[in-house]
Design a protein around this ligand. Structure first.
Ligand SMILES: NC(=O)C1=CN([C@@H]2O[C@H](COP(=O)(O)OP(=O)(O)OC[C@H]3O[C@@H](n4cnc5c(N)ncnc54)[C@H](O)[C@@H]3O)[C@@H](O)[C@H]2O)C=CC1
Ligand SMILES: O=C(O)[C@@H]1CCC=N1
Length: 268
């Protein structure tokens, strides 16, 4: 982090993901004057942080965070080409775009780390997978990891292809869980509860179960069994949800396969 404070950091794009990460770093004590953000539409929050917005680039920043949409990368990234092939690490959170594609744009000697975070990073509860190219040294990987740990847990994956599956599970996963909350609330309404009560029940149940799954010594399967009284009520619901043909297992398998297919399309 001393290196970031002295050489500086650049953010390309500062929407939901970029802001969540920047907030974590600033809350952790990073000097805003060490940060330069390039973004066409800076938010009020960003302007008030005291970072440099759309200012000239530092000559040799320690790190560049790439946080534009994958579809914007080809248009946005070439402006940073002068920082490639040096000792600046490029840390990308964009889905789908491969290390090889970054090397094509920035130069083959550029240290690049691909990362896939998720939106709970906004409250310091994210989980991010990372993988580096051949020029990302241990020190570069450690820098990327320590920056990402400011917003949650970090796992390193052995090779880039695994980032696809990780994206489909933890990158997209919060959306699946939010949809579970929505659909539980809807089902509660359908069964006669007031909408606000149904939403409160669904939200607290998912949050409470998540916290229990994270802290309990038992694994999730045992926690499920703990809820399921033999011959009781939960068992009947689980008979539907755990059905091998029509329940969660085949449904989630299809959802994950669809996410992976799209990730492949984005990297084509
Ligand atoms: N939202 C999520 O849950 C996750 C998103 N990601 C990745 O993070 C990246 C950003 O996603 P979000 O933050 O959700 O999108 P967003 O739309 O909130 O932010 C993108 C930002 O890039 C800016 N931008 C557009 N064109 C630009 C240009 N030419 N130069 C500089 N900035 C430009 C936009 O103004 C915007 O502020 C994507 O590549 C996505 O794949 C990764 C993990 C999770
Ligand atoms: O939907 C997307 O493409 C990004 C990647 C993971 C979460 N959001």
């Amino acid at each position: 982090m001393d290196d970031v404070a002295s050489r500086g950091m650049v953010l390309l794009g500062c929407g939901r993901m970029g802001s969540a990460m920047l907030k974590g770093w600033l809350d952790g004590g990073l000097n805003p004057r060490a940060v330069t953000v390039i973004t066409p539409n800076p938010s009020d929050w960003l302007r008030e942080t005291g970072v440099h917005v759309n200012a000239p680039l530092p000559a040799d920043p320690a790190i560049v965070l790439l946080a534009v949409k994958p579809q914007k990368m080809d248009e946005a990234l070439p402006q940073l080409k002068s920082l490639g092939n040096g000792n600046t690490v490029f840390l990308s959170v964009a889905a789908g775009i491969t290390l090889a594609r970054y090397e094509e744009i920035l130069g083959a000697q550029t240290p690049i780390v691909r990362a896939m975070p998720n939106t709970p990073s906004a409250i310091g509860r994210g989980i991010t997978g990372i993988v580096g190219n051949g020029h990302a040294t241990q020190a570069h990987m450690d820098l990327a990891q320590s920056l990402l740990e400011a917003v949650g847990q970090v796992v390193r994956v052995a090779d880039e292809t695994q980032l696809r599956a990780l994206t489909a599970i933890s990158g997209c996963g919060p959306a699946y869980v939010f949809h579970l909350i929505e659909t539980m609330a809807k089902a509660g309404e359908g069964a006669g509860l007031a909408p606000d009560v149904a939403l409160q029940l669904a939200r607290a149940t998912v949050a409470g179960a998540g916290a229990l799954a994270e802290t309990a010594s038992e694994d999730p399967a045992q926690l499920r069994i703990n809820v399921t009284s033999p011959g009781g009520v939960t068992a009947e619901a689980l008979r539907v949800l755990m059905d091998e043909e029509t329940g969660f297992p085949p449904l989630l398998e299809r959802a994950v396969a669809a996410a992976i297919k799209r990730d492949k399309e984005l990297s084509a």
